[in-house]
Design a protein. Structure first.
Length: 94
């Protein structure tokens, strides 16, 4: 059974913590580092895959991503935090 993203991330965090302690012999540190690189790649691949799936789901009828800068949305609500949000509806007024 394949590990979840969260399980891989937790394992990566444990590896980093062990390496940061610095109390390990060189060979064990190298093995942990190799494991960490593998886990990091797995996590990055999963995130990239999830991002692609979200982009496919968020495309409009013309194949364009439907994104709106929160600065534009914040102007109408009075809030401003510099974060972008995904717009799910066909809001013609935005």
């Amino acid at each position: 059974m394949e590990k979840t993203f969260e399980a891989s991330l937790n394992e990566l965090e444990a590896v980093v913590q062990q390496l940061e302690n610095g109390d390990l012999p060189l060979e064990e540190s190298l093995k942990l580092f190799e494991d960490g690189v593998r886990l990091s790649r797995e996590c990055r691949e999963r995130l990239t895959s999830a991002e692609r799936r979200i982009e496919v789901l968020m495309k409009d009828g013309d194949g364009n991503l439907v994104l709106q800068d929160l600065d534009t949305a914040a102007a109408s609500t009075g809030k401003k935090d510099g974060i972008k949000r995904i717009v799910f509806g066909d809001d013609e007024d935005s």
